[in-house]
Design a protein around this ligand. Sequence first.
Ligand code: DDQ
Ligand code: CA
Length: 250
Amino acid sequence: MLLLTVLACRNNEVHATGSAPVYGFEVVHSWPHDPRAFTQGLVYRDGKLYEGTGINGQSSLRQVELETGAVLRRHNLEQQYFGEGITLLGGRLYQLTWRSRVGFIYDAATFQQVGRFDYSTEGWGLTTDGTSLILSDGTATLRFLDPRTFAVQRTVTVTDEGREVPRLNELEYIRGEIYANVWTTDRIARIDPATGRVTGWIDLTGLLAPEERTGREDVLNGIAYDAAQDRLLVTGKHWPKLFQIRAVPR
Ligand code: DDQ
Ligand code: CA
């Protein structure tokens, strides 16, 4: 009897939570993207596209011309750092590193480094809701950091159907939701920042033709949002193209 009750409860829970809907995609536009860029962070703001790249000795912060993929401004990280996610807040660009537990702060207009900060986890993706920095670290947990003190204000665990969603990687805060691509998958999760619930998935399988993918590490990574023109931009590590996509029901 007890067992039955427990089973019934579990069933109810699954029903109440439900599985998040999966959307397909439509390509609105595509542009060239530097295939040498091991893309780790992507941001679009006020007509400008910024990109952070990884790999020791090749890590950089870039301003890129969307239409041509040309690198307009570039800052190289020292060999010891593996660049990760970037975000822009208050005229400053913030850039994570993978395992060094240090982030860098730059003047967004000049790429002059103006500071650095420490954090206690790996650094994967980074975005902002306009108040906090939001960091992913390869787990299902997102951390909200104070952009001045870098203190952890709160954490949220991302779940779908009650199950944790690990390997959250590149992030973008879009109209009140956090979009996150999941490392080594073709999927983007749309996350409610208050609860961590996945409200939907965008399945980007087939976005980059298989013959255009060069290596195993060359996965989907990079989400940016042009708020002024409501454009969702995505690319991947070493991808020769950057896409504007639209999620569509399937
Ligand atoms: N991370 O971005 C998921 C946090 C780390 C990816 C590390 C991949 C290492 C690849 C090394 C390839 C060397 C050519
Ligand atoms: Ca982003």
